[in-house]
Ligand binder design. Structure first.
Ligand code: HEC
Length: 154
């Protein structure tokens, strides 16, 4: 066998090996379901915020804007990277975080948490966790995201 071919084969073998080592644990771990109800130790919002109701109606327009922010538009990064495209808390960046991202599909957890609380955490983050503060979102945009997020649990 000439040297060039041997080098090519070695290169391919290495590439395949790296892919297998890198991807396989990901596939296995990704199947592990998150606990539901999810243990929740998040700091509580101040009373006046905790008791806020969502001022927006779940119109198709508001839901569409919320969905777009959740999936792609929110800065510095969209929610789905951690909370998952389906809201199951298992986005591509989720594995690094303890506590894990909130699973919005787990109604036992999320339905018991008031709207104002969720609003507060999106605005200010949850200190000491992977949940960052989304300072760039307008209040209206946060409420739109929440209309969308609430649907994921139904
Ligand atoms: C870098 C990862 C990451 C991103 C991006 C992210 N989150 Fe989170 N989020 C988390 C983690 C981790 C938690 C769990 C925090 C905790 O347990 O206190 C969390 C918790 C939450 C909670 C639960 C608050 C509560 O009181 O239970 C809400 C609501 C939330 N995130 C909404 C969002 C929204 C909306 C976005 C996008 C605008 C977003 N998150 C983007 C990691 C992330």
């Amino acid at each position: 066998m000439n040297r060039n071919l041997l080098q090519k084969r070695t290169l391919w073998f290495t590439v395949v090996l790296i892919i297998l080592i890198g991807v396989w644990p990901g596939l296995v771990l990704a199947k592990e379901p998150l606990q539901c109800p999810q243990p929740r130790f998040t700091k509580q919002a101040p009373d006046e915020i905790y008791n806020l109701e969502n001022p927006l109606e779940p119109t198709p327009e508001n839901l569409k804007k919320g969905k777009l922010l959740y999936l792609t538009k929110a800065k510095p990064m969209p929610c789905k990277l951690c909370h998952g495209a389906s809201g199951d808390g298992r986005g591509p960046m989720a594995r690094g975080f303890d506590p894990p991202p909130r699973d919005f599909t787990c109604s036992e957890t999320i339905n018991g948490v008031p709207e104002g609380q969720l609003f507060w955490i999106i605005k200010n983050g949850s200190p000491g966790t992977g949940m960052l503060a989304f300072k760039g979102l307008k209040d209206e945009q946060i409420w739109q995201i929440l209309l969308y997020v609430r649907q994921l649990a139904q």
